[in-house]
Ligand binder design. Structure first.
Ligand code: ADP
Length: 319
């Protein structure tokens, strides 16, 4: 193996650049070359590919977004398009590929491996919704952004004795909501993995009011419903001075936290090690602070499980 390609695909996440840097520098350290592929699978097909070196990976570890850009390219689900992608890789003398992205990106990487071209996936998404890894690259940064926002909303909630319903990202996963809810001492946390009764939420707010606390924060995962819809459902149950706030894409941006940088760096280095061993079709994860890999096929058969112990902690403290 001489040349490793690297691309970011699907939704961007803080820490992707740290992974790009790690793959580039590790490749160089091992006497290999790294090639950046812009715009995910779309750029692969278009031949938007360039040689990277330690200098092109300079000063990117702290930058949010992805210097390799990202793009949706549904056509890559078709086999002739995948084979064309391999042709492009070969044209540039690339022998193996690291793909940073989510579930969809992993499908593309597995298809390439099945066609004889080794590809390895790194979990890059703020949603923390990938199986077999405790954390995805970008989750911690998004969590910090959500927590900072909740802290700020709490200030104004207290001043005006209002209740904020704060909708956070996570797609169908409640991880950002749960962690941000605990970190931000929310009065309640609502996640898609657990049913809730709007009456119970109202009862909690009422009992807090009876104790003299007239402001509050409810953290709502986007996978449940929108903040506006939730506030509408809650409104008939009492005068809570409700305000709905959707944090939105601000959670996807910003400089990655130290945790995400270190995670992405460790995973990037590990991916190069595995490719050098001739492996492919694997998804890298971290479990109990140990890097692991799993077959992508097994991963597609599994579902991410949120940390229900943490959910219980959130609920035990919210009354
Ligand atoms: P994520 O990787 O974050 O889940 P997407 O689902 O948008 O994001 O997938 C990113 C890209 O991966 C898609 O734009 C497409 O190019 C590729 N992809 C998605 N699904 C498949 C599939 N079933 N087979 C091959 N490639 C796929």
């Amino acid at each position: 193996m001489k040349r490793i390609g690297i691309m970011t695909s699907g939704g961007d996440a803080p820490g992707m650049n740290a992974a790009v840097r790690a793959v580039t520098r590790k490749a160089e350290h091992e006497g290999l070359e790294a090639y950046g592929i812009n715009y995910g699978y779309a750029g692969l097909l278009a031949g938007d590919i360039f040689k990277m070196d330690s200098r092109s990976a300079d000063d990117i570890i702290n930058r949010g977004g992805t210097i390799l850009y990202s793009a949706r390219f549904p056509e890559f689900a078709e086999e002739p398009v995948q084979l064309k992608g391999i042709e492009q890789l070969k044209k540039f003398g690339i022998d193996a590929l690291v793909v940073i992205g989510g579930d969809g990106s992993y499908h593309g990487a597995l298809r390439l491996t099945e066609h004889g071209f080794n590809a390895i996936g790194l979990p890059g998404t703020i949603d923390n919704d990938i199986p077999f890894t405790d954390f995805t690259i970008g989750f911690d940064s998004a969590l910090q952004t959500a927590t900072d926002a909740i802290d700020k909303l709490r200030d104004t909630a207290r001043s005006h004795e209002r209740t904020f319903v704060v909708e956070v990202m996570g797609r169908n996963a409640g991880d950002i909501a749960m962690w941000a809810g605990v970190a931000g001492a929310a009065e309640d946390v609502i996640i898609p993995e657990k049913d809730f009764k709007i009456e119970d939420v109202a009862a909690k707010l009422k009992s807090a009011r009876a104790r003299g606390q007239k402001h509050g924060i409810i953290v709502l995962a986007e996978g449940v419903m929108s903040a506006a819809e939730f506030a509408k459902k809650l409104e008939p149950f009492g005068d809570f001075q409700l305000r709905a706030t959707t944090l939105g894409h601000v959670q996807r941006g910003g400089s990655p936290t130290a945790f995400d940088r270190v995670l992405a760096t460790r995973m990037g280095v590990y991916a190069v090690d595995l490719l050098m061993e001739g492996k492919g079709g694997l998804a890298i994860g971290i479990q109990n602070n140990k890097l692991e890999y799993h077959n992508m096929l097994d991963l597609f058969d599994s579902k991410h499980q949120p940390d229900m112990d943490l959910y219980k902690v959130a609920k035990d403290l919210a009354f």
